[in-house]
Design a protein around this ligand. Sequence first.
Ligand code: GLP
Length: 241
Amino acid sequence: RRLSRDPATQQPLAYLRLRQAIRNVIDQRGIEPGQALPSERDLSQALGLSRVTVRKAIGGLVEEGLLTQRHGAGTFVAERIVKPMSRLTSFTEDLRARGLNPRSEFFERGIGEVTPEEAMAMNLSPGAPVVRLHRVRYAGDEPLAIERSVVPASALPDPALVHDSLYEALEQRGCRPRRALQRLRAVLLTAQHARLLHVAVGSAGLAIERRSFLDDGRIVEFTSSWYRGDIYDFVAELQTD
Ligand code: GLP
């Protein structure tokens, strides 16, 4: 990575050097996610740099997603969310298992007719009624993903049954998915998605498509999601035959 240079000394600017130095320390010494950074004041004293320089360096790393700041608590090495790929779990379950607070904000939660493309993907008859959910998924205040789900009304007759968790609503109807096919692709987040996820336009994202099935083979959900690439690791266990 090229650093902008100071026109007088031709040295990379102090805040950029500090930013690179912090990045190296985190990468090379394997500083654990969640660990706290020294305060701005301690860093500036220890390094003989101004508070402004330290603040700018840290601010850049927060924007990059390498550090996070919590009001009143300080600056921390950002935690990534590691999700096993082989388990069919819901967003809500995954976050609760980590002690985080899952939330949804809905753009859309209504009922309509299936589109021809959806009907083909979901094995539904043309014009079948479906529930549509379009939402941003949060951990507390932090947006993590955008999801668009289509669910046949035969499995979920009323969109209002979904308060926060789709799988909870399906479970209550005896329609909890038992198996799913999932496709994961790397994408650059569009301006609209980046805005909703509070990241820079063009940041890395993971586009995930999931089709979930009941025991009898019926499809209960067709969901397209965009997850933040700076936070999520998807891991899988591999075995020989
Ligand atoms: C994950 C999956 C979605 C699924 C959702 C259900 O995010 N990618 O396909 O619809 O979990 O989560 P919840 O029950 O919290 O709505």
